[in-house]
Design a protein around this ligand. Structure first.
Ligand SMILES: NC(=O)c1ccc[n+]([C@@H]2O[C@H](COP(=O)([O-])OP(=O)(O)OC[C@H]3O[C@@H](n4cnc5c(N)ncnc54)[C@H](O)[C@@H]3O)[C@@H](O)[C@H]2O)c1
Length: 367
């Protein structure tokens, strides 16, 4: 049982804040009571919509009755907002990626540990019914011993639909930093920590032309690789290949598959919470659907905050943890470094597999 309901405040009232605010009502372990934004009018609008308090950013950071800052700012602001939250003695939960630079991520985690507050972060899709079901199948031996995995996030880029796509092509963007956190977090949940990494990258188009509105026709410079391929050696033995691209128009590849000595597992899109989960074992002539063993299969964004709040209140480790988000950040950097320096990169910031969620949780609860 939870000892108390923690009080959270959002900083960054943009697109993604809506689903956090909507879902907060579902979870018993925390309430979102206030929000702030560098653009105060945005905070006021969100606050009015969800009947919570609007603050200036400094005032929210100083508020005595806020336990957790949910940092939903743009990636370039993740580090500075999180550092301020930690300095103010508050727990902080960042949207992905944890920070842009690896040095900032490491410093943030160390600063929080010194201050005695928690750092957590998105994605929390690995707590959804789809990936938790895959976790249970692997742990229960349905595919034997995992041998390998492959993941694919292939698309032509975002300039045809996103109203302001520039950031996808600037430092901190690119396909691996944008979508890699979902795939890497799922892989770590399923297979454990990564020991070493190598990779190759290329930039196919040095410029991109926006074809969405309102910037139709504007040409933007591409600063980062747009086809990023990683090879990940897991400490437990399996080898994964992860291909992320903004350079592919059409393909036939799955999101994520795990291959074991006794069969193969088709993992659902790790950017979602639900299924389908499919398995095919030696001797079976077809893939078959596996019913989900766990809940939170709909859009449950915020379940990672609920888990952190529950863990704080009950003095247990939380799952979408500082170590996990830092390991993911380290892996994304390591793939790019390996490509630039033409070598394998050993990891430093390992993490334990986050504990599986319990079966039969009551709606809105974590334990
Ligand atoms: N939009 C999505 O579908 C989506 C999905 C998954 C993850 N995310 C992540 O969520 C985060 C936010 O994305 P978004 O789409 O909501 O962006 P957004 O641009 O719509 O909103 C970001 C908000 O943060 C505010 N902000 C920026 N810098 C700030 C600062 N220093 N202090 C206070 N407020 C600041 C902006 O004014 C804006 O209101 C990003 O980290 C992104 O990676 C977004």
């Amino acid at each position: 049982m939870t000892n108390r309901v923690l009080r959270a405040g959002i900083i960054g009232c943009g697109t993604i804040s809506g689903i956090y605010l909507k879902n907060a009502a579902r979870f018993v372990d925390f309430d979102i009571v206030a929000c702030a934004d560098i653009d105060y009018e945005r905070a006021q609008a969100r606050a009015a919509e969800y009947n919570i308090a609007a603050y200036r950013v400094d005032a929210l950071l100083a508020a005595q009755d806020i336990d957790i800052i949910i940092n939903l700012t743009i990636p370039a602001a993740h580090a500075s907002v999180a550092f301020q939250a930690v300095a103010a003695g508050k727990h902080v939960y960042n949207e992905k990626p944890l920070t842009i630079s690896l040095e900032d991520g490491r410093t943030l985690v160390a600063a929080a540990a010194a201050k005695g507050v928690r750092v957590g972060g998105a994605p929390d899709t690995f707590l959804g019914g789809g990936i938790q079901t895959c976790r249970k199948l692997i742990d229960d031996g349905w595919i034997g011993t995992p041998v390998a995995a492959s993941g694919y996030m292939l698309c032509p880029g975002h300039e045809s639909w996103h109203p302001a796509p520039e950031f996808y092509y600037q430092v901190g963007g690119g396909p691996m930093f944008d979508m890699g956190p979902y795939y890497l977090t799922a892989l770590i949940t399923l297979l454990g920590q990564v020991m070493q990494v190598t990779g190759s990258t290329r930039m196919t188009h040095p410029t991109r032309t926006i074809t969405s509105k309102p910037q139709y026709g504007k040409t933007i410079d591409v600063e980062v690789p747009t086809h990023v391929v990683g090879v990940l050696d897991f400490a437990s033995g399996p080898i994964a290949t992860l291909v992320t691209s903004f350079d592919v128009h059409f393909h036939h590849m799955p999101n994520l598959e795990i291959y074991g000595t006794q069969g193969s597992l088709l993992v659902p899109d790790p950017n979602t919470f639900g299924g389908p989960v499919k398995i095919r074992r030696i001797g079976e002539s077809e893939w078959r659907d596996v019913p989900l063993t766990h809940g939170y299969a709909d859009n449950s964004r915020g379940v990672g905050v609920a888990d952190m709040a529950h863990a704080i209140a009950t003095n247990q480790p939380h799952r979408a943890s500082a170590e996990l988000t830092l390991h993911v950040l380290e892996l994304m950097h390591a793939i790019h470094t390996a490509a630039t320096e033409r070598r394998h990169v050993q990891t430093i910031n390992g993490c334990e597999r986050p504990e599986a969620l319990q079966l039969n949780l009551l709606p809105g609860t974590i334990g």
